[in-house]
Write a protein that binds this ligand. Structure first.
Ligand SMILES: CC(C)(COP(=O)(O)OP(=O)(O)OC[C@H]1O[C@@H](n2cnc3c(N)ncnc32)[C@H](O)[C@@H]1OP(=O)(O)O)[C@@H](O)C(=O)NCCC(=O)NCCS
Length: 138
C-alpha cells in the first residue's frame, strides 16, 4: 500500500462478503465462523469496514443501546495495512456513531494500549467480566 492508496470506510453491512471478513479475522485475531459473523454483525449497533486496493483490509463493530453504553469489539487491520491510520479512522467512525455513550473495550495486548490511548481511551482498573473468553484475570 503506497502513500496515495485510497482507503474507503463503509458503515453498513449490505453485500458484505462474510467469508472475506472471516479471512481478515483469521489473519489477525484468530479464526471466525462466517455464519456467526453474519449473525453478530447484523445485531450490532454500529459497524465499520475498511477497503483498499479492492479488498477488505479492516473491520470493527460496536454493540450498544445507542444512548448510554457501548462496547467496541473486533478491531482489526490486516498486517500489511497497519500503522497507516486505518484503525484510527475506524475507531473515529464508531465512536462518532455512539457519541455520548460510555464506550468500553477490552485490550489484551500491551502493544495495543497506545493505539487506544490515541483514540482517547483510558485504562480503568475495576472492570468485571463473566463468561469473557479472552484475556486473563488479575
Ligand atoms: C490494533 C490495530 C487495529 C491498530 O490498527 P492500525 O491501523 O495499525 O492503527 P493506526 O495506524 O491507526 O495507529 C494509530 C496510532 O496508534 C499507535 N499504534 C498502533 N499500533 C501500534 C503498535 N503496534 N505499537 C505502538 N503503537 C501503536 C500509534 O501511536 C499509531 O500512530 P503512528 O503510526 O502515527 O505512530 C492493528 O494493529 C491490528 O489489527 N492488530 C492486530 C489485531 C488486534 O490486536 N486488534 C485489537 C484487538 S483488542
Amino acid at each position: 500500500m503506497s502513500e496515495t492508496t485510497e482507503v474507503t470506510l463503509k458503515q453498513d453491512i449490505e453485500n458484505v462478503d462474510w467469508q472475506a471478513l472471516a479471512d481478515v479475522y483469521g489473519e489477525t485475531l484468530g479464526p471466525e465462523d462466517p455464519a456467526q459473523l453474519k449473525r453478530t454483525w447484523t445485531r450490532s449497533y454500529a459497524t465499520v469496514l475498511a477497503y483498499a486496493e479492492g479488498r477488505l483490509v479492516g473491520a470493527a463493530r460496536a454493540i450498544s443501546d445507542g444512548e448510554r453504553e457501548a462496547l467496541i469489539v473486533g478491531v482489526v487491520v490486516l498486517p500489511a495495512y497497519q500503522r497507516k491510520g486505518i484503525g484510527s479512522r475506524m475507531m473515529a467512525a464508531l465512536t462518532e456513531t455512539v457519541q455520548g455513550t460510555a464506550i468500553l473495550l477490552t485490550c489484551e495486548e500491551d502493544e495495543n494500549v497506545p493505539f487506544y490511548e490515541k483514540a482517547g481511551f483510558r485504562a480503568h482498573k475495576r472492570v468485571m467480566a463473566l463468561g469473557y473468553r479472552g484475556g486473563y484475570a488479575e
